[in-house]
Design a protein around this ligand. Structure first.
Ligand SMILES: N[C@@H](CCC(=O)N[C@@H](CS)C(=O)NCC(=O)O)C(=O)O
Length: 233
C-alpha cells in the first residue's frame, strides 16, 4: 500500500504544497489505493528534507517527479499515455516552467509578503506548544527567505516579480484558450501541474497581487475552477 506523506489539508486545499497536490491528484487518477499521513513532522523523515515523498512496502520515493516515474514503472500508470511525442515534450516544458518559476512566486507571496505571512503563520504553526510556537515560525521563515534569495526571486522587486509572472500567465492563458484541458480534451500531467499551482495561487484566504494577476486572465480562472469542480468538488 502506498503512503503519501504530506503537510495536510489547509486553506480549503488538499495541501498548501503544490507538489503534494500534484502527487495526490496523480495518485487519485491512477486508482492505486493509497493512504495519507499528514504533518510537518514528516519533513524529518523525508529523504530529501522536502514533501511529498511516498513509501510503498519497503520502497521510499522522494520528489513528485520521481513519484510520477515510480507510478509509471511499478504500476504501469502513465497519465500522459494519450499524448503524442510532441505533446509530451510541450507538457514537460510547461511543468518545468511552473515548478521552477511560478512555484517561487507562490512562495514569495506567502512567506515574504507580510500580510500573508501572518495568515500562513497562524494556520501552519498554531498548534505548536509554547515556546516552539514562537521559535519554529521564525526559523522556518528565515530559511524560506534565504532560499528565495538563493534561488533569485527575492532579488527582484515585487513589481519585477509580477512583471515576469504576467508573461508566464499570459502565455498559459493563450495556450489554454477555452479548452478544458491542455491536450486532447483529456487530463494530462500538464493539467495536474497547472491546477496544483493555480489552485494554490487562487486560495481566497491568501489574497495577493499574484492572485489579482491570475484573476485578470479569465481563461485560467475558468480552467482552474473546472478542474476543481470535476476532480476536487
Ligand atoms: N522538487 C520537489 C519540490 C518539493 C518542495 O519544494 N516541497 C516543499 C513544500 S512546497 C517543502 O517540502 N519544503 C520544506 C522545506 O524546504 O523545508 C518535488 O517535486 O516534490
Amino acid at each position: 500500500m502506498i503512503t503519501l506523506y504530506s503537510f495536510g489539508s489547509s486553506f480549503n486545499l488538499i495541501d498548501p504544497s503544490p507538489f503534494v497536490v500534484k502527487t495526490h491528484f496523480l495518485l487519485t487518477q491512477s486508482n492505486i489505493p493509497f493512504e495519507i499521513l499528514s504533518g510537518p513532522q514528516y519533513l524529518q523523515k523525508a529523504p530529501k528534507g522536502k514533501l511529498p515523498f511516498i513509501t510503498d512496502g519497503d520502497k521510499t520515493v522522494a520528489d513528485s517527479f520521481f513519484i510520477e516515474q515510480y507510478i509509471k514503472q511499478a504500476y504501469d500508470f502513465d497519465i500522459n499515455s494519450h499524448l503524442s511525442d510532441q505533446q509530451k515534450a510541450e507538457c514537460e516544458l510547461l511543468c518545468a516552467a511552473l515548478e521552477d518559476r511560478m512555484y517561487w512566486y507562490i512562495v514569495y507571496f506567502r512567506w515574504a509578503y507580510d500580510a500573508n505571512w501572518q495568515v500562513l503563520k497562524d494556520t501552519l504553526f498554531s498548534r505548536l506548544p509554547f515556546p516552539l510556537s514562537k521559535i519554529v515560525p521564525k526559523v522556518a521563515r528565515k530559511d524560506v527567505l534565504k532560499a528565495l534569495r538563493g534561488q533569485g526571486t527575492s532579488r527582484h522587486s515585487q513589481q519585477e516579480i509580477l512583471q515576469i509572472a504576467e508573461v508566464q500567465l499570459a502565455s498559459m492563458n493563450k495556450v489554454i484558450g477555452d479548452k478544458p484541458y491542455f491536450f486532447n480534451d483529456q487530463l494530462s500531467m500538464a493539467d495536474i501541474c497547472a491546477y496544483s499551482m493555480l489552485g494554490n495561487i487562487l486560495v481566497p484566504s491568501l489574497p495577493s497581487p499574484l492572485q489579482d494577476l491570475v484573476k485578470h486572465f479569465p481563461n485560467l480562472v475558468r480552467y482552474c475552477e473546472n478542474i476543481h469542480q470535476t476532480y476536487y468538488p
